[in-house]
Design a protein around this ligand. Structure first.
Ligand code: DAH
Length: 388
C-alpha cells in the first residue's frame, strides 16, 4: 500500500488499535515526507521557474487544505480515531504538522539548488547527473588555488594569561612549577597546615566536603606539604591551580577560583628574602614605580604572617575608588613557614627555614585588566573574552 492509499483509510481499516501502532504509522508518514523533500533537493531544478513549480507541487501534495496528504491524515486518522486512541493520534499529528513546516515553499526553495549554477561553476551535464553527484559537486570550490575560509584563532583566557605571566617571573627566579589534586584530603588541606579542628574555615558552610575526610581544596597550600614530602629541602616552587569555597557568586566571589602559592625552603632563608622577592615580583608585574607594604597578619601555617599590599596601580597611591582612598591594594598573604608545618612535611626546622605566599590569580587579572566583576571570567561570553 502506498502512503497515499494509507492516509485515506481510517486506523480501524488499517488494523491499528494501540499507541505503538499509531506511532509506527506516523513514523512512516514522516519518513515519506522527509524522503520526498530530500529527493527534490538532490534532484535540483534547471531554472528558477522550474524550482518554483517543483516546490509548489511538493508543498501542495502534502499541505494543500483540500486533498493534501496531511488533511487526509487529519480526516481519516485523527477525526475518525476511536476515543481511546485520540490522545496519542493528536500528539503524533501535532508533531507531524510542526515538521511539515519544512515543506512550505520558501523553506523548500532555500534548499533546492539550481542545476544551471552548478554547471556554470564548471560543468555537470544538465539533467545527466545522479542526485548524489550533484550534491557533492555543489560543495566543491571552483578554484582550489583560492585561500580557504580561515577560522578566527582564539586567545588564551585572561586568567590563564595572568597565571602564565606570574609563572614566568618566578620561573626566571629559579622556581619550579608544582601541582596537586583539587580533590584533597582533610589532612593535607587543614591538619598538616596546622589549621585546628575549631578553625571556622573548616566548617561545612565554608568548605565543600565530598565526605568527612575529603574536600575540594580551599587553597593551594596543601601542595606545600605534598611537595616537601616528595622533594624534601631545599625547595623553590610555585603552585598554580583551582580552588573551591562554598561562596555565593557575586562580583568578588566565585565558588571556583584560582590561586598561586609560593614556597621557598633553604638553610638560611629569612623574612628579608620574602620581602625582597615579593617586591621584585610586584615591580616586574605592575611596573617599577609600584611599592609594596607588609603588615602583620595571621595564618596558622606561617609565623610570623603578613599581608602584602601594593601601591594603587590606578591612582599611584593618591587615593581613588579602587583603593578606597587608602592608596594601597591588598594582594596576598605570606609569612615564614611554621616549624610544625615543616615538620609535617618531613623537613627539619632546626636545619631549614622557609617562606610562603598565596595570591588570587583572578583578583590579579581583575586588577591588571580593570575588571570589576569576577563572574565575567566564567560566563564564557565571547564578547568579553575576545578583548584579551
Ligand atoms: N592559603 C591562604 C588562603 O587561601 C593564602 C596564604 C596565606 C598562603 C599565607 C600562604 C601564606 O602560603 O603564607 O587564604
Amino acid at each position: 500500500m502506498t502512503i497515499d492509499q494509507k492516509v485515506r483509510k481510517t486506523l480501524d481499516e488499517l488494523g491499528i488499535a494501540d499507541a505503538p501502532g499509531v506511532e509506527a504509522a506516523f513514523a512512516e508518514v514522516r519518513a515519506a515526507m522527509q524522503a520526498e523533500r530530500a529527493a527534490l533537493i538532490a534532484r535540483g531544478a534547471a531554472s528558477e521557474s522550474e524550482r518554483e513549480k517543483l516546490c509548489k507541487d511538493l508543498r501542495d501534495r502534502w499541505l494543500a487544505r483540500k486533498n493534501g496528504l496531511l488533511s487526509a491524515v487529519d480526516e481519516k486518522w485523527l477525526k475518525a480515531a476511536r476515543k481511546e486512541l485520540k490522545p496519542s493520534v493528536g500528539k503524533s499529528f501535532n508533531n507531524l504538522r510542526q515538521e511539515s513546516a519544512a515543506l512550505e515553499i520558501a523553506a523548500l526553495a532555500r534548499d533546492v539548488p539550481l542545476r544551471k549554477q552548478a554547471e556554470a561553476n564548471g560543468g555537470i551535464p544538465a539533467g545527466g547527473s545522479p542526485p548524489m553527484a550533484a550534491q557533492m559537486y555543489r560543495e566543491t570550490p571552483s578554484d582550489l588555488t583560492l585561500p580557504g575560509n580561515r577560522r578566527a584563532l582564539g586567545t588564551l583566557h585572561p586568567v590563564t594569561q595572568m597565571q602564565r605571566e606570574i609563572e614566568e617571573i618566578f620561573l626566571n627566579l629559579g622556581f619550579h612549577i608544582e601541582s596537586g589534586p583539587e580533590i584533597e584530603s582533610v589532612y593535607y588541606n587543614f591538619d598538616a597546615l596546622n589549621i585546628p579542628e575549631s578553625h571556622p574555615s573548616r566548617d561545612d558552610w565554608d568548605t565543600l566536603y565530598i565526605d568527612s575526610k575529603t574536600v575540594l581544596r580551599t587553597h593551594t597550600s596543601p601542595v606545600q606539604i605534598r611537595a616537601m614530602e616528595k622533594y624534601g629541602a631545599p625547595l623553590h616552587i610555585i603552585i598554580p591551580g583551582k580552588c573551591y569555597r562554598r561562596d555565593n557568586p557575586d562580583a568578588s566571589h566565585s565558588p571556583m577560583f584560582h590561586q598561586i602559592e609560593g614556597l621557598a625552603i633553604a638553610s638560611d632563608i629569612t623574612f628579608a628574602d620574602l620581602k625582597g622577592t615579593l617586591d621584585f615580583f610586584a615591580k616586574r608585574l605592575f611596573g617599577q614605580k609600584i611599592r609594596t607594604r607588609f603588615q602583620p597578619s595571621f595564618f596558622p601555617f606561617t609565623e610570623p604572617s603578613g599581608e602584602v599590599s601594593i601601591s594603587c596601580i590606578f591612582c599611584g597611591g593618591e587615593g581613588c575608588r579602587v583603593c578606597k582612598e587608602s592608596g594601597w591594594i591588598e594582594v596576598m598573604g605570606c609569612g615564614m613557614v611554621h616549624p610544625q608545618v615543616l615538620r609535617n612535611g618531613g623537613v627539619d626546622p632546626e636545619k631549614f627555614s622557609g617562606w610562603a605566599f598565596g595570591l588570587g590569580v583572578d583578583r590579579f587579572a581583575m586588577l591588571k585588566y580593570d575588571i570589576n566583576d569576577i563572574q565575567l571570567f566564567f560566563q564564557s561570553d565571547v564578547r568579553f573574552l575576545e578583548q584579551f
